[in-house]
Ligand binder design. Sequence first.
Ligand SMILES: Cc1cc2nc3c(=O)[nH]c(=O)nc-3n(C[C@H](O)[C@H](O)[C@H](O)COP(=O)(O)OP(=O)(O)OC[C@H]3O[C@@H](n4cnc5c(N)ncnc54)[C@H](O)[C@@H]3O)c2cc1C
Length: 304
Amino acid sequence: MPLRRTLLYLSQQPGFRKWAETSPVARKLSSRFIAGSTLDEALSVCRKIRGDGITATLDYLGENVKSLDEAAACRDMYLRMLAGLRESGLEPNVSVKLTQFGLDFSTEACEENVAALVEVAARTGGFVRIDMESSAYTERTLGIVKRLHARYGACGTVIQSYLRRSAADVDTLIGKQIRVRLCKGAYLEPAEVAFADKADVDRNYLRLAERLLLEGRYPAIATHDERMIASARRFVANQKIAHDSFEFQMLYGIRRDLQTRLVQDGYRLRLYVPFGEAWYPYFMRRLAERPANLLFLARNLLRR
Ligand SMILES: Cc1cc2nc3c(=O)[nH]c(=O)nc-3n(C[C@H](O)[C@H](O)[C@H](O)COP(=O)(O)OP(=O)(O)OC[C@H]3O[C@@H](n4cnc5c(N)ncnc54)[C@H](O)[C@@H]3O)c2cc1C
């Protein structure tokens, strides 16, 4: 936990960012988690994993854009992604971050940008997952999700088990039958809002997973943690929950062994497939999650 927090803190320092963005080693390591820089490259990854029995949610990397023009350009890219997925015979399923759609500038403009996608998704049998960012955005994100869901359906969001408020949010989302992806949470948060102890985060994860599996609408159990997965599998078996009423989700490039095992055992699995040039914040969160990734980076730096 302290290493994770240190890395997340460092990643926000401009000097460190500049170093990482120009480091060929960081770029090389980031390619393990990122499905290329263009939409065509990402679509070909989605087609390939589909062949392995795995579905995808496509993410165009980027967050905290600097203007509403930039946000509109991201919206247009997402419209091309939905069309590209459909034309490739794949489910039009995307994941978006609201700060990429202008949330730092205007809640209304951001909501209309995302509405354009959800409207298309609703017409074409697709789905828009609204990712959850740091706790500074949680309330506004849930507000937008609830309004867009009431207007179109075809969208859902993410709940982070490290947040103290999450049990109440899960109840509300179940009440509105809004689809939830459950994850542990990837941002640096103060102890007032988030559990600092990993054991508490994990305990809450299991509690919320069970609640969602029993009463949620097609929940997504998003984790690479073998203990969380084993526990969810046991719960599903004991409660006789159908395998097509939920899915597991993992990040592209992480724990491929576990991914294969789940598919072989007859579970639904969706991968979060990010692409694009704005890889730095996404990459730093992945680095912080696993010290071994950092060791790999350090070894390569020393070798140069
Ligand atoms: C599909 C999906 C969508 C997500 N969306 C969001 C979101 O919207 N908002 C948000 O805050 N977070 C999101 N996350 C990230 C999540 O919050 C966690 O930070 C991340 O999944 C790591 O937690 P874990 O559950 O895998 O468990 P951990 O306890 O962190 O890890 C358990 C084990 O998983 C493996 N592992 C985990 N991370 C890595 C890694 N980076 N590299 C290699 N191995 C690893 C290791 O074996 C590790 O021991 C998402 C995660 C997934 C899978």
